[in-house]
Structures are given as C-alpha cells and as structure tokens.
Design a protein around this ligand. Structure first.
Ligand code: C2O
Ligand code: CU
Ligand code: CU
Length: 526
C-alpha cells in the first residue's frame, strides 16, 4: 500500500522530530550494517527511523503516518461477495526517494483490508501478474480443499483462479498469503500478503471505528541492501533460523506513528513476518487487554503487559490511552534456536536476550501512538463471547506429530526439516482425517528450535501445553500454535464437513523458511 502524506485523521501528518533517546532502554546498539551505511553515504534514507535505533542518536528522524489499508468490501454479484485481486510486482517507497521492488495485491506492497461477513458466500478472482507460478492461501479459513490456495492450487502467470466458499469463520482477523511450494517464504518476503477481516452482528462493545480507534497493525521486519532493495537470498543460518530483518515495518511503513483518540484503542495485530517470534509490549510497560486470538474473540479480556506472538499468529488488544501520553508498541524477538543452549523449555519465554548460532535478539520500535483529544472512556465489557467447550473427552482419537530437524546433507539440500520423519513430498498424503470429527493432535518438538505449528482448514483449541492447561490468552480459537522444544502441545481439532479424498490441505511450521525446507505435511478430510 502507499504511504500517504496524511494520517488517518485526514489531517496532514505533523512534521515532528523524534525525541532524543529514540533507542529503547537496553536496546542492543548494533553496528550499522554495510547496507545502511551505504544508504547514508548515498545521502538517502537519513530519515529512516531504524537508523536512529541503530545509531542510538536522535537524528532528524520523523515517523511516517501509519498506513491504513483501504477497506475493500468487494462487490455483490448474484448474492455472492466478489473480490477482484491482482497480484503484481511493483515498487514501494520504504525509504524516501528509493523504490524498493516488491509484490503486492491491488497495491505495491501487501494490499487492502478485505472485509466480509460471517455466513455469506465469497468469491475471489485472483489474477497472477508476477510472471511466475504462485498460489494465494486463505489463512485461518475453513473451506473446501480446492479453495484452500495451498501448493496444489497453482495459478499460472496471467491466469485467474476463482475459489468460492462460505465464510464459516467467527468475526476476527485473518489473512491471505502466497503458498507456492518452496516459494512461500520468498513471495511473502516480497509482500504477497493481504489482511482480511470477518465481521458479524452483535459483538461486544469494543472500539470499532476503522483507522481511528480500531487499527490494523501488520508487523514485519525486513533486511535491505545498499541500494534499498530486499532480495530474498537466505544463507544457511537464515534457512535454519528463519529469514529475519532489522528494519521494523507496520503495514509497510518503517516505525510509523498514528494519532488516536485519548481513550480505549484497539489494535488488531498480525505477526506477518517470515519467521520472527515477537514479545510485544508498550515501552512504558502499561498493561493492555487481549480480546481476540487467531479465530476471534476470547471469552474474557486477558490483562497482560507483554505478549508473545509467533509468525502467523494474530491478537487483538485494547489499550487505554486516556492519560494522553504517547506510547510505543515495541518488541523483542525471541531467538528461534532456543533449545541449542540446552535445557530450556518454558523458562526462556521469560527473558532471554541473544541466542546461539549467532542469532541475536532484536528490539524493534514498531509503532508510536499519539493520543489527541478525548476518546471513549468506557470500560471493557467483562465478558466478550461464549465459546463452546473444548475437552479431551470430545476427541475420537489422538494423532501424533513430531517436529524434527535434520543436520548434514539434508539441511544442505534444503530438506533440513521434517514432520514424523518425512520432509514435505507433494505426492504423499501423510494423513487421512475424518471430517466433522474432533481429534486430539499431539504436537511434539524433537528439534532444538521453536516452531509455530499451523493447520489449514480449521480453528482449533489448545488443550494442554507442556502437560498443563493453556494460559488464559491461549484458550480461544487458534490456527497456529507455538511449540517449544520439549513442550508438547495438544490441540482439539475439528475440520468442517467438506470431504475430498484426493486434494490435500497442509499442516506446517509457519516459519516460512522451515516450511519451504520441508517442515510441512499433507492431509485429506474424508
Ligand atoms: Cu499461513 Cu499454510 O499458511
Ligand atoms: Cu493456513
Ligand atoms: Cu519451524
């Protein structure tokens, strides 16, 4: 999407120097990378906020306005809500005066906010203008296999794919992204992802004015070259640890700011990074309430001061800004290769900085919220939704999944990751699962790294993590769950009543480099 010179209030963005001490307390002051130094030498991009972070000095940095993806309601054709999506290459202005080559959906980078209602039928006319095979997967949706947009629904260059399905999902934040076999990471890195929101009548009273007190916040980070490009050429450690960047992006803008009413503000947060696990917090340590997870509202708001969000996970949070003080949404990354230091399970979620394998914890200043005027002060409702029960005795059977890493030649050949002893083979159906039947999927992690495990075609419930009941914020509907080494996770999975004995759905690690290196399997529903 394009950055506009106006913020979402319609007023011209205020020009304002960043305050001194932009670097967060305790931030690692990294050496400026060659690429960034070259950018400086070129006299370009001096205003980019991350430079300030890295230099630890305040420069004449200013934060761009948070881009608000335009709402796209599609159009109605014979009772069906139809979206026309063109996936194309473009250039995006991350840095002033530099065109970075990207991929976007009806946009240069990322795309609009696709908005639909629960219960209606939607059709997507997805046209491939990127000049190579691609797919577009509806992440978080329960749908017939032919509509899934996984590796089997390849769209050839200049072709249009037209999936049509009923929106079964609860109101919430979903997304779509590229899923071409072995190319998922590269396509998403370039920008092939679009936000989606499902709405339904009769929700609880929450801030809901789009772009005003209800903000979409798609978090990513990218690595740029000397000329401001972001090619996808992962090294071996990048494949192992996931491709990570050092420049924080929100909706495609570098460390932006948003003016918001001085009251309750709702952030719909997507971890849309390729691989990073963020521990999110506000820089002044203020609490916030998580109100929704991947598949929509939680039963009750959960008050927290920090939140771990892995790649592909979503969370909606509500923060109280009625004190009028500007605040920043910041994140530390949690090193992926956590287990390589030995003996860490749960404990590491607490506060590790720096990991093995040269992986460093990075700290990002994602988004500044500047309260203006008066906003709504209404308290949050104490009850948000009622969820169906989720208990072990509802399950017919237990299906085990073991996440594995293989060093040596397999890793060198880009097949270093596996599930249940097999790297993804598009010719093999790994599991046949009864439709409309509850099962326990028991996911164990035999590798020394953490993996966000994602299952297509379902919203599941977490039954246990490390043998214990899940924390309050993990009790809602989920489609992706972070699985730590030595900490098995059991989820209660039910697929909708669609059957297709041939065409599979996927389950995989949502560290996209791991997915592309084989940590993915296929199942059919029968
Ligand atoms: Cu979001 Cu199979 O992926
Ligand atoms: Cu998915
Ligand atoms: Cu993984």
């Amino acid at each position: 999407m394009k950055q506009t010179p106006h913020d979402h209030t319609g007023r011209p963005a205020e020009r304002r120097p960043a305050p001194v001490g932009n670097a967060l307390p305790g931030a690692r002051i990294g050496p400026a990378t060659t690429s960034r130094r070259d950018l400086l030498a070129a006299g370009a991009a001096l205003l980019a906020a991350p430079f300030v972070l890295h230099s630890g000095r305040a420069a004449a940095a200013e934060r761009p306005a948070l881009p608000i993806p335009p709402l796209d309601n599609g159009h109605i054709e014979g009772g069906v809500r139809v979206f026309d999506l063109e996936v194309r290459r473009g250039t995006h202005g991350f840095f002033p005066g530099i065109g970075t080559r990207t991929i976007g959906i009806n946009a240069d980078y990322l795309g609009p906010m696709l908005r639909m209602k629960r219960g209606e039928t939607v059709r997507f006319n997805v046209t491939n203008r990127i000049g190579e095979n691609m797919t577009l997967h509806w992440h978080g949706f329960e749908l017939p296999a032919w509509c899934d947009g996984g590796p089997h629904q390849v769209i050839a260059p200049n072709a249009t794919w037209r999936p049509e399905f009923e929106v079964l999902q609860r109101a919430g934040s979903y997304w779509a992204h590229g899923h071409q076999l072995h190319k998922t990471a590269e396509h998403v890195w370039a920008g092939m992802a679009v936000l989606m929101r499902v709405e339904e009548e009769d929700g609880p009273e929450l801030p809901s004015e789009y772009g005003v007190d209800d903000l979409p916040v798609a978090l990513q980070e990218r690595r740029f070259t000397a000329s401001g490009q972001m090619p996808y050429n992962p090294s071996m450690p990048d494949v192992m640890m996931g491709m990570a960047g050092d420049v924080p992006l929100v909706n495609g803008a570098i460390s932006p700011r948003a003016e918001v009413p001085a009251g309750l503000v709702r952030l719909r947060i997507w971890n849309a990074s390729n691989a990073s696990v963020y521990r999110l917090a506000f820089d002044d340590g203020r609490p916030f309430a998580m109100v929704a997870s991947d598949g929509g509202l939680l039963e009750e708001p959960v008050t927290m001061r920090s939140l771990v969000l892995a790649s592909a996970e979503r969370a909606e949070i509500v923060v109280d800004l009625s004190d009028g003080a500007p605040v920043r949404l910041v994140a530390d990354t949690i090193p992926i290769a956590v287990g390589m230091m030995g003996g860490m399970g749960r404990g590491m979620m607490g506060g590790m900085m720096g990991g093995p394998m040269g992986e460093s914890a990075r700290r990002f200043d994602f988004l500044e919220l500047v309260p203006r005027g008066r906003g709504r002060a209404t308290a949050l409702p104490s009850r948000l939704a009622s969820l169906p029960p989720a208990t072990r005795d509802m399950a017919r059977s237990v299906r085990p999944f073991e996440l594995q890493m293989r060093m040596g030649p397999a890793m060198m050949m880009g097949r270093g990751f596996a599930i249940n002893g097999r790297s993804m083979d598009p010719r093999v159906i790994d599991e046949r699962v009864p439709a409309a039947t509850a099962e326990i999927w028991r996911i164990t992690n035999a590798s020394p790294m953490m993996h966000p495990f994602h299952i297509h075609d379902t919203q599941f419930r977490i039954l246990s993590r490390g043998g214990r009941p899940p924390a309050a914020h993990e009790r809602g509907f989920k489609d992706t769950v972070l699985v730590m080494p030595g900490e098995p996770v059991e989820v209660l999975v039910t697929f909708p009543d669609y059957r297709d004995p041939e065409l599979p759905y996927m389950y995989h690690c949502h560290i996209l480099e791991h997915e592309d290196a084989g940590m993915m399997g296929q199942f059919v529903t029968v």
